[in-house]
Write a protein that binds this ligand. Sequence first.
Ligand code: 13P
Ligand code: SF4
Length: 357
Amino acid sequence: MHNIDAVSELHDYRLPPEQVPETIVETLSIRQRDALKTRIKDLLKQQNAALVAHYYTDADLQLLADETGGCVSDSLDMAHFGHRSDAETLVVCGVRFMGETAKILNPEKRVLMPDLDAECSLDLGCPIDEFSRLCDQHPHRTVVVYANTSAAVKARADWMVTSGSAIDVVNHLKHNGEKIIWAPDKYLGDYIQKNTGADMLIWQGACVVHEEFKGIELELLRQQYPHAMVLVHPESPASVIEQADLVSSTTGIIKAVRQLDAKQFIVATDNGIFHKLQESAPDKMFIEAPTAGKSATCKSCAHCPWMAMNSLTKLANTLATGSNEIFVDPDIMERAKLPVKRLLDFSNRGNQIAGDA
Ligand code: 13P
Ligand code: SF4
């Protein structure tokens, strides 16, 4: 059950639009792209480096990661990858918390990112001092944080979870009689709470990309495509989640389009995922869930401005110069490892991870 009194003591931690950068996608000629890709492949070999890319990054980065033995995945599997790889350097194409998680789990490796300004509105909307104060006020609650948080916030937590693992972990904690502080995504928090019935005190942050999906316009789009199935990432508002045939992590969504019989899918998540969707099911049709229409306020319309900061040019530059290395304070790193490892051990023990089953 929601603890209403406790929830109302929380502020709105959504990022104001003026703090959200424009989504700028690099434009290159085919010749420039090919030249950069060849250079990046050479540099990866020279530096014994592996690319770890999220599904929301540019298709060229995903192709490069696949072609060079790196990894293209969701945030849980990106965290696992460092252990599987013997590369000395991991180049994380994603957002800052993904680079930090890679470093926390692989402190002996060099971790680089194409752009250290690639943030995340959830991470930015959960400042450690204020979060720590909330935890201090509720010392008997188990602190569960989403992967999309800073290393310092993770260091204050008992568990880290991803969208693909949150329900299973919270069910496990509820079963043990634990009450929870959840941060930072309020939509994901509400979704988990509804599905588990756990007692959760929910931080009021949001993803600027998923929050833009509109329930009313989605209803209209479904009338246009009555046979389409609706696939939704759980960072979306409840009005969108309510209309979903499947609510899942990015990996869960990609698996579903292969497994489900439908030929058309309306997809409510960052449109960077369309590259993998089309690759996975080339004979099927994918339609972006609406962010525009009468109720539109859209700035980062279905594409994360921070994910878009990962470009071929910046990647080549990072590899050539060794710039943009991720460093995490050693004490924070040591403490943050506990909640991250707890999740990896939980998933390795064969606990079912929703969407990834
Ligand atoms: P996944 O863990 O599902 O890849 O989600 C990460 C993310 O940032 C979604 O916006
Ligand atoms: Fe963060 Fe949203 Fe971007 Fe994912 S899509 S990295 S949650 S801002």
